[in-house]
Design a protein around this ligand. Structure first.
Ligand code: MD3
Ligand code: FE
Length: 215
């Protein structure tokens, strides 16, 4: 089976959003099915869970991780840790298809020595969102973050260096990859409330993989 006869054919393109922020449209289109299978394998070992923020809210996005380090939040704060707090066992290894894709995308965006040690897996259902934030728990801010969107489309909010800066809205589709590095690395960003929908591959959900050099 090579896919739906009527699936839209997307043409890959590379677009600079800002200094260090590169949008690789359709970069992962050929791998989306394999990537979703790998998500299923990882999350059979480390199930999706809705974590608590330090302020006591439950996140609407469900999360898991793979790789040496995983991002977690609870009442004690945000951090990376080697063990899954649910199992107290190491996170599942990062699947080869994940590592290869992340390195290839970083290279295509001009970052040639990227080697992720953490992959956060986000799952959005309709109604889920992620409010504006910065990613600043990683050890080396000279390394980019590579993000891969799978399943339902979402409106991504790309803000400025201050929380109050008005964000630019970008529609991220399944198979799109964005590399966020250099001067864009600490920009505020978020995801608008996911709209209802059904995707042929993922059903009523969107996945986002973010590859990081956390340690
Ligand atoms: C821009 N995830 O997990 S990925 C996150 O779609 C996160 O699930 C969103 O923000 C999602 O932290 C957005 C895109 C992204 C990731 C990291 C960034 C954009 C970024 C770091 C700096 C600037
Ligand atoms: Fe983020």
């Amino acid at each position: 089976m090579t896919g739906d006869l009527f699936a839209a054919l997307r043409v890959p393109s590379v677009e600079r959003i800002d200094d260090g922020a590169i949008w690789l449209r359709a970069f992962a289109d050929e791998q989306v099915a394999v990537l979703v299978q790998a998500i299923d394998q990882v999350t059979a070992q480390a199930p999706f869970r809705q974590m608590q923020t330090p302020g006591g809210y439950t996140m609407s996005v469900a999360m898991s991780n793979c790789g040496e380090l995983g991002w977690v939040t609870d009442r004690r704060g945000y951090r990376y840790q080697r063990d899954d707090p649910l199992s107290q066992r190491p996170w599942p290894a990062m699947p080869d298809v994940f590592v290869k894709l992340a390195v290839a995308a970083a290279n295509a965006a001009g970052f040639d020595n990227f080697m992720p040690d953490a992959c956060l897996i986000n799952r959005y259902v309709p109604g889920a969102r992620m409010s504006l934030h910065q990613d600043k728990n990683e050890g080396d801010m000279t390394q980019p973050i590579v993000s891969v969107s799978l399943g339902l489309p979402a409106t991504f909010l790309f803000g400025g260096n201050e929380r109050a800066d008005k964000p630019v809205r970008m529609r991220l589709e399944s198979g799109d990859v964005v590399v966020w590095g250099g001067p864009s690395r600490l920009r505020f960003h978020g995801v608008d409330t996911l709209a209802e929908g059904v995707h042929e591959l993922t059903g009523q959900c969107r996945y986002n993989l973010t590859f990081r050099k956390a340690g």
